[in-house]
Design a protein around this ligand. Structure first.
Ligand code: GLU
Length: 479
C-alpha cells in the first residue's frame, strides 16, 4: 500500500463551518483508508495576523474532535515536523526564500505603494490587466527584510490533473511575481503552504475551490523549487439549498459545534458532510464512519457545487439516532432530558427513551416528546382545534368520544400495550370512528403534546392511573 499523507490547514479566522469541516473530513478519510500507511496532519496557517480571531485554534481542535476526525500529527499532538503552527516556523520560510533569492528566483520589491498604484492606474487606462512582472526592476535592492520579497515567476502555460476536477489548464496571464515574504516578515499563504507541504511530505492536497485560480502560481513555484507536486484535489463550494448562493449563516453555515448543541450526532454530521458532493456509486445514503473510510474516493467527488439540504441532514440524524443501542443513546441524551425527568426512576426513563427513539430527529426533540411522562401537561385544546380531522367534531362529540375511551380503559385489567390496542380497536368498531379521529383525540388528551410515540405504548408506560386521570380531566374541562 502506498503512503498517504494528507493535511487540514485552516487559518484561525473564526469558527469552523460546514465547508471547512468537509475538507478536513475528506482528507482524514483518505488517510484512514491507508491504514497504518496513512497520516492526517493538522497545521495552523496563521501568517495573516490581521485576520486572526482569538480562540479559533482551540475551536478548530474541538470541532475536529467532536466529529471524531482525530489528527495523527499537528498542533497539540506534535510529530516529526513540529512546530505545526506557521507563525512558529518563520525561520524555515526565510531559509527557503533565501534559496530562491540565491537562485535568482526572488527579489526585493523596490516600489512604494504609491508607485504600485500608479502602475495599476496606467494598466487600467490602457485597458490591460495589471501584472507586476511587467515592471520587474532591473537592479532590485538587496533583500534586507524591510521590503516585500517577490517570486520571480517564469510564466508559461500549464496543463495539470486535478483528482476531482480532471484535466485543467491555464495560460501565462495566470502567473505573476507574487509576494512570498511580506514586509512584516511573515510569509504569504501562496509561499509557505508549499514549503510546509514539501517538508511535511504531504502527498495529497485537498482544498476548497477558492484556491483554484491561484494554482498556476503554485505550479510555477513547485517548478522553481524543484519540488515534486502532490496530488491536487479541488473541492467544489458548498452552496445554499437553492444552488445559487454560497452557504450563508441562515442556510446552515454555522459553527459545527452548534449542531452538537442542537442535538445532532457527530456520526450523522460526518455522514452528511461526506455525502455533500460525494456518493459511492450506489443508492446508499446512510453510512457509518467505517463504511465511509472503506468506500471514499476522490474520483467520486462531484465537480459541481454541493447543496446544503438541512432537511436531509435532519433525516440522516434520525437514522443515526435509531442505529444507536439504547445504552449508547441514553448516554448521548443525558444533557437533553427535561428538568422533570432528572429525578425520575432510571428504569422508567429508559423505557420512555426506548419509546421515543424512533421519533427523535434530533436529541433536542426529547423534551417535547417525553415531558408528559414526567410531569402533568397543561390542557391545550388548540392542539385539537388545529387538527384537520378533529375540528370537524363539536366539543360535545369530542368529549363523548373521550368519555367512551375512559370507560373502556377504566375497566381494563391487563395494562399491556397489546391489550390496550385491542380495547381501542374494539372501541373503534363500536363507535364507527376513523382511527385518525379516535386515536388522535385520545393521544392528545393523554399527552397534550403536538406529537408523541405510538399510542398503545405511550398509554402502557404512562400507567392506568395517569391515563384515567388525564382523560377524566379532559372530559370535565370547561374548555
Ligand atoms: N489556510 C487556508 C485556509 O484556511 C488553507 C488552504 C489549503 O488547504 O491549502 O483557507
Amino acid at each position: 500500500m502506498t503512503t498517504i499523507r494528507t493535511r487540514f490547514a485552516p487559518s484561525p479566522t473564526g469558527f469552523m463551518h460546514v465547508g471547512a469541516a468537509r475538507t478536513a473530513l475528506f482528507a482524514w478519510l483518505l488517510a484512514r483508508q491507508a491504514g497504518n500507511n496513512g497520516t492526517f496532519i493538522l497545521r495552523i496557517e496563521d501568517t495573516d495576523k490581521q485576520r486572526e480571531v482569538e480562540g479559533s485554534i482551540a475551536h478548530i481542535g474541538d470541532s475536529l474532535q467532536w466529529l471524531g476526525v482525530q489528527w495523527d500529527e499537528g498542533i497539540a499532538v506534535g510529530g516529526p515536523h513540529q512546530p505545526y503552527i506557521q507563525s512558529e516556523r518563520l525561520e524555515i520560510y526565510k531559509e527557503w526564500a533565501q534559496r530562491l533569492v540565491d537562485a535568482g528566483r526572488a527579489y526585493a520589491d523596490p516600489y512604494s505603494p504609491q508607485e504600485l498604484d500608479a502602475f495599476r492606474e496606467k494598466a487600467k487606462a490602457e485597458k490591460r490587466p495589471f501584472l507586476y512582472r511587467d515592471h520587474r526592476p532591473e537592479q532590485p535592492p538587496a533583500w534586507d527584510g524591510s521590503q516585500p520579497l517577490r517570486f520571480k515567476s517564469n510564466p508559461q502555460n500549464y496543463t495539470w490533473h486535478d483528482a476531482v476536477m480532471g484535466e485543467l489548464s491555464s495560460g501565462e496571464e495566470a502567473i505573476d511575481d507574487f509576494i512570498i515574504i511580506k514586509s512584516d516578515g511573515y510569509p504569504t499563504y501562496n509561499f509557505c503552504h508549499i514549503v510546509d507541504d514539501a517538508i511535511m511530505e504531504v502527498t495529497h492536497v485537498l482544498r476548497s475551490q477558492e484556491f483554484l485560480s491561484s494554482t498556476p502560481k503554485f505550479l510555477n513555484l513547485y517548478d522553481a523549487l524543484k519540488l515534486k507536486r502532490p496530488v491536487l484535489a479541488t473541492l467544489p463550494f458548498v452552496m445554499a439549498i437553492d444552488g445559487k448562493k454560497k452557504l450563508g449563516k441562515r442556510d446552515g453555515a454555522k459553527d459545527i459545534l452548534d449542531y452538537g448543541k442542537e442535538g445532532y450526532l457527530p456520526e450523522a454530521m460526518v455522514n452528511f458532510l461526506a455525502t455533500l458532493g460525494w456518493n459511492d456509486g450506489t443508492e446508499q445514503e446512510v453510512f457509518t464512519t467505517d463504511e465511509l473510510i472503506k468506500t471514499f474516493s476522490l474520483d467520486r467527488v462531484q465537480k459541481s457545487p454541493a447543496r446544503f439540504d438541512e432537511q436531509r441532514f435532519l433525516w440522516l440524524n434520525g437514522q443515526h439516532i435509531r442505529a444507536l443501542s439504547l445504552e449508547e443513546l441514553s448516554k448521548r441524551v443525558e444533557p437533553f432530558w427535561p428538568e422533570s425527568a432528572r429525578s425520575a426512576d432510571p428504569e422508567y426513563r429508559l423505557k420512555v427513551l426506548s419509546l421515543a427513539q424512533d421519533r427523535l430527529k434530533t436529541l433536542a426533540d426529547l423534551p417535547a416528546l417525553t415531558q408528559y411522562f414526567f410531569e402533568e401537561p397543561a390542557i391545550d385544546w388548540s392542539l385539537v382545534d388545529g387538527n384537520k380531522q378533529l375540528k370537524k367534531l363539536s366539543p360535545a362529540q369530542q368529549k363523548e368520544l373521550l368519555q367512551a375511551a375512559l370507560d373502556v380503559l377504566a375497566s381494563q385489567t391487563d395494562w399491556s400495550a397489546a391489550s390496550i390496542q385491542e380495547t381501542l380497536n374494539q372501541l373503534l368498531e363500536k363507535t364507527g370512528q376513523k382511527p385518525g379521529i379516535l386515536f388522535s383525540l385520545v393521544r392528545i388528551a393523554t399527552t397534550w403534546a403536538p406529537f408523541s410515540p405510538a399510542l398503545d405504548e405511550t398509554l402502557a408506560i404512562l400507567g392506568k392511573e395517569t391515563v384515567q386521570n388525564r382523560l377524566t380531566q379532559a372530559v370535565s374541562d370547561p374548555r
